[in-house]
Design a protein around this ligand. Sequence first.
Ligand SMILES: *Cc1c(COP(=O)(O)O)cnc(C)c1O
Length: 411
Amino acid sequence: MKPMELEKRYCPQNYRPLPVTLVRGEGAWVWDDGGRKYLDMMSAYSAVSHGHSHPRLVKVLQEQAAKLAIVSRAFHSDTLGPFLATLCARTGFEQALPMNTGAEAVETAIKAARRWGHQVKGIPEGEAEIVVARGNFHGRTTTIVGFSSEPEYRRGFGPFAPGFRAVPFGDARAMAAAVNERTCAVLVEPIQGESGIVVPPQGWLREVRQLCDERNALLVLDEIQSGLGRTGRWFAFEHERIRPDGLILGKALGGGLLPVSAFCADREVMDVFGPGSHGSTFGGNALAAAVGLEALKVLDEEKLVERSASGGAYMLERLRAMRSPALKEVRGRGLWVGVELDPARADARDVCERLAMLGVLTKETHDTVIRLAPPLVVNTTELDWALDRLQSVLDELAPRRTTRSTVAGNG
Ligand SMILES: *Cc1c(COP(=O)(O)O)cnc(C)c1O
């Protein structure tokens, strides 16, 4: 049986992958088992911002793996301290608590915010509330899906943890009505990724920041997907010139090689954690720390954040100039763009399948949005190559009418 058939038989169908079997990756490109080459326009949901098998990262991974990988946090390692020091210098926070996956870092932030609410803000024990946004995506644990607004993420998985209140994303007035004396934190994505790369109105995040200051609530940003250069800045909150009280990172923090995540905050928040209060066997392991440190250095030294800004501007400009009746909206920041299709003319899954046949890999989100989020190392020739193929797929599905002026007396 071929690997794809084996996977279909032995792996539960909790995903619906495109029918390609990848065997190798390099930079922005991946190869399938038949030797066909594809441009990766989704970077594993931003986990591969550095590109596939980045040589510097692979070298550090191999050397560290051969030396020391896992000792658990029962002991110190010589790589965790340097990694966290660099992460704190980069994010501007005093401390960072290392985890593995994004969802674990979100859980860490939830625990920190609740304990801070009870111990520091003085909310009666067990009554702390976290205000979240509708359309959020923060991961797949039972607590997290409990405050999702996506029915398929929740159906049959309850009962869910209480203590969350959801308001419309980008709506400052609804947020103001929800944040009160029992609110320990507001937890949001600065740009909603899985929801379709939804950019909130200008100024919204500043208003939320101000509200949190006024009502003594923590502003915790989930930048697992938007962070580390994806939007053309190191962190998406920089676009609004604010600073959160807590920052959740993951995905690209592992350099495309390992799951590495962290919750970053100042001591006022982090001091709620004492020995025994929280942990993870693999979180902050020596191998992950070495790779995480190198991932931060590569972003910096190879100017990947700047490349995201310029490449993203180029991609947006080309997309906005694209003419197709199937195109409804193009939005995004940096190398992170959502292309909203007119559902009457094109189905996002179908477009992704057609793109794959032409050598461009990406994945729809919901039924109407194509995400374009290549590794930040992508160049404009490669972007042109992908966008030409997108144009041809759109032309195939919804032919462009030859435009002819129909206004009487127009010359
Ligand atoms: C991917 C993602 C998560 C979850 O990360 P995992 O590593 O899959 O657990 C959480 N928040 C956001 C914004 C994400 O994009």
